[in-house]
Write a protein that binds this ligand. Sequence first.
Ligand code: PGA
Length: 249
Amino acid sequence: MSVRRRLVIGNWKMNGSKAENEQLLSDLVKLQNAAAANQAAELAVCAPFPYLQQVADILKDSAISWGGQDVSEHAKGAYTGEVSVAMLAEFGCAWAIVGHSERRAYHGEGSDVVARKAAAAIAGGITPVVCVGETQAEREAGKTLQVISSQLEPVLALGADAVTKMVLAYEPVWAIGTGLTASPEQAQEVHAHIRSLLVQADAPEQRVLYGGSVKAANAASLFAKEDIDGALVGGASLVATDFQGIANA
Ligand code: PGA
C-alpha cells in the first residue's frame, strides 16, 4: 500500500501582479483553512522570482508551501539573469521546478542541464520538481516512452540519494495550456513507465505529478490512477477556487 501523499503544485508562469497575488493567496489561505480538516493533499505555489517575498509573507503561517519556477545550475557568479538555490532558500522556497517544457522549448535547456539544476537544488536543500513530456509529433510517432526515458536518464543517473529527494512531473507538451488533457489511461501508461524507472533507480516511492490542463473537473479521474500522485497546474492555479477544487479532488 502506497503512502505517497498527494501533492498539488501551482505554476503561475509569468502571471500575476502584487495586487492579484495578494487576492489569490489570501483567498487560497481562506479556502485552505476551511478545507484543512478533510483534505489530504499537500499544496504549493511556484511564483515568479520578484514575488517570492510577498508569497512568503502571506503564506508563512499557512499549510501551503512555495517555490521558484526555475533555478540556476550554478552556485553564484557571473550568470546574468539567473537565480541560485541559496537565493531561493533565503526566501523560504521548498520547491524549484526544473526542465519545464517551456524552458526546454524557449530557452534551449536539454536534459543534462535539467539534471544539473536538479542536483543544484538538492545540494541547496530544495526539492526539484523535474518535468518531462513528449510533443504531439513524438506521441504520434509512437516515441512517448522512449522520449520520457531519455529525458530522465541523466536525472536518474544522479543516483538514489538524489532521486529520493525529487518529485517528478509528467507533462505532455501537447496538453499544456491547450485544454487537451491526457486521458487518465494515457497518463497512467506514462506514469507506470516512470514508476518502473524509479524502481530501477531505487527510488520507487517518489511522487510523480501529472500536468497539462488539469482542472477541478478532470482531477479526480487522474488522481484515481495508481501512479498519479498529484498535479502540476498552470492556468487553473491562477483562480483560487479552481486550484482548491483540484486539491479537494
Ligand atoms: P496548464 O499548465 O495547467 O496551464 O496546462 C501546466 C504546466 O505547464 O505546468
